[in-house]
Design a protein around this ligand. Structure first.
Ligand code: NAD
Length: 498
């Protein structure tokens, strides 16, 4: 019998009633392993209604109650790391160690949420005028929604809901329909931790479910992570419906390698960051910019390392890189490599013919490395989201910087150099939200916020860290005067305080 992935509404699994389903595939075998219910507008409404009902008590619950549940959830998540990583590998395809890393990074945000007491302390100014005090407090918004991509089915939801619920909101998650099981397992663990029914809900589906969330009058804020065209749609539509919105989009992350860099370290970093998770990371390095005369040597070192990557099913501990999410995506990635030579690229490695014995129907693609890539090539302009690394050449630091800053994306970037002055200039001059100095994937730790610039993020707030708490709360300032019983009455004064 085919496994059916259900919604999670009001603290329990709920079968889909719309009659619409999507296939869930094991990318290593190509086999359909489950079908996931797609929510209709009515089913989304039911999840929002459950969240709204739960908010009336949860929004007033004590910080101690919320954090004690989050601490129990943290312990359960920790105990079930392997199980959740297995679910991720089975539906996403990434290797188990990578899936475990994803759970660990999600756990960091749960850690942060367990300490929400510190972030919600508020501010107090006493005696701002005679007997007048001013307090600034932050309060929850109500029902908030999260819409998440396929590439981190556990971590990206955990960028959002731990802080949202710690701040007193209730949450409706619409995870990726391609790998939906991890989010339902997380819902079960939250329930086991004692989270009241309706505080965390999951509805599966496609555009119909998302668009209902964007329009629903009871959804007060929307957090989105996914591709740039959809991020733009989410931002525009949610804002038009009066919602607070943060919409993180796609990326083309550049790594600038200066002539004085340790080229072995730079090649190690480029290969790890380009091909890890088969390039399906929004912080993957997909463009290396070699400055000066180092290009040939750097490409040779990258090639030597890349050729050794072991490709195979994510469940095999010997595999370093798994398959791509769907066959259609695999074919799209291959098309960039197929067209590269005609667009002026030098094809150093072509992984499009790669197969894995015993897994002939998996969504496999091997390692591709393109050199001397012109900025006009499609392989450079588009976010490929696969194991294809473009190397570009620049004469000087200034040329390399200008090339990076001309990209419409501005998620992450990195500089590899031993020159502290150049690294410092780069930090200040580059147009990207996250910068690494000799660090290829500069994902901020949980207590700093994550987010890009330009077409990589629409909205004013980054996710998690302080921005996360600000996004999921609204400020209120209370000005208080307690007159001393000995004071004479102030009397009527129509003037503006001077
Ligand atoms: P996607 O944009 O196709 O889907 C993201 C979510 O939006 C899914 O839940 C999907 O069901 C929904 N969706 C898809 N089409 C929609 C539509 N027309 N209307 C409304 N909702 C729709 O992204 P994906 O392929 O799942 O994930 C990969 C993308 O996510 C890449 O572009 C990657 O860079 C990006 N990403 C960005 C970050 C970041 O932090 N900036 C992090 C992870 C992934």
């Amino acid at each position: 019998m085919t496994k059916i992935v259900t919604h999670w509404i009001g603290g329990k699994p709920v079968d889909g009633a719309s009659g619409a389903f999507g296939p869930v595939t094991d990318p290593a075998t190509g086999a359909v392993t489950a079908k996931v219910a797609f929510a209709s507008a009515d089913e989304v409404d039911a999840a929002v209604a459950a969240a709204k009902e739960a908010f009336s008590a949860w929004g007033r619950s004590s910080l101690a109650e919320r954090t004690s549940i989050l601490f129990r959830f943290r312990a359960l998540l920790d105990a079930h790391r392997d199980e959740i990583a297995d679910l991720i590998t089975a539906e996403h395809g990434k290797v188990h160690s990578d899936a475990l890393g994803e759970v660990a990074r999600g756990l960091e945000i749960v850690d942060l949420a367990c300490g929400i007491t510190v972030q919600l302390k508020g501010e107090l100014s006493t005696q701002v005028a005679n007997r007048v005090d001013v307090a600034a407090i932050r309060q929850p918004l109500g029902v908030v929604a999260g819409i998440t991509p396929f590439n981190f089915p556990a971590m990206v939801p955990m960028w959002m809901f731990p802080l949202a619920i710690a701040c007193g909101n209730t949450f409706v998650l619409k995870p990726s329909e391609k790998d939906p099981s991890a989010s339902v397992r997380i819902a079960e663990l939250l329930a086991e931790a004692g989270l009241p029914d309706g505080v965390f809900n999951v509805v599966h589906g496609d555009k119909a479910a998302v668009d209902r969330l964007l329009e629903h009058p009871d959804v007060k804020a929307v957090s989105f992570v996914g591709s740039t065209p959809i991020a733009r749609h989410i931002h525009t539509t949610a804002a038009a419906h009066g919602k607070r919105v943060q919409a993180l989009g796609g990326a083309k992350n550049h790594m600038l390698v200066l002539p004085d860099a340790d080229l072995d370290a730079a090649a190690d970093a480029a290969v790890s960051a380009a091909y890890g998770s088969a390039g399906e990371r929004c912080m993957a390095v997909s463009a290396v910019v070699a400055v000066g005369a180092i290009g040939d040597e750097l490409v040779a070192k990258i090639r030597e390392r890349a050729e050794k990557i072991r490709i195979g099913p994510g469940s095999d501990p010997a595999s370093e890189m798994g398959p791509l999410i769907t066959r259609a995506h695999r074919d799209k990635v291959a098309s960039y490599v197929a067209g590269a030579a005609a667009e002026g690229c030098e094809v150093v490695l072509d992984g499009t013919g790669h197969t894995v014995a015993g897994y002939e129907d998996g969504h496999w693609i091997g390692i591709s490395l393109l050199d001397k890539v012109p900025t006009s090539a499609r392989a450079y302009q588009d976010e490929i989201f696969g194991p294809v690394l473009c190397v570009l050449r620049a004469k000087t630091y200034e040329d390399g910087l200008a090339l990076i800053n001309a990209s419409p994306f501005g998620n992450g970037t990195a500089i590899f150099t031993r020159d502290g002055g150049a690294a410092r200039r780069f930090q200040l001059e580059v147009e990207a939200g996250m910068v690494g100095v000799n660090v290829p994937i500069p994902v901020p730790v949980g207590y700093h916020s994550f987010g890009g610039w330009k077409d990589s993020l629409f909205g004013a707030h980054h996710v998690y860290g302080n921005d996360g708490t600000h996004f999921y709360t609204r400020g209120k300032v209370v000005t208080t005067r307690w007159p001393d019983p000995a004071d004479a009455p102030a009397g009527v004064d129509l003037g503006f305080p001077r």
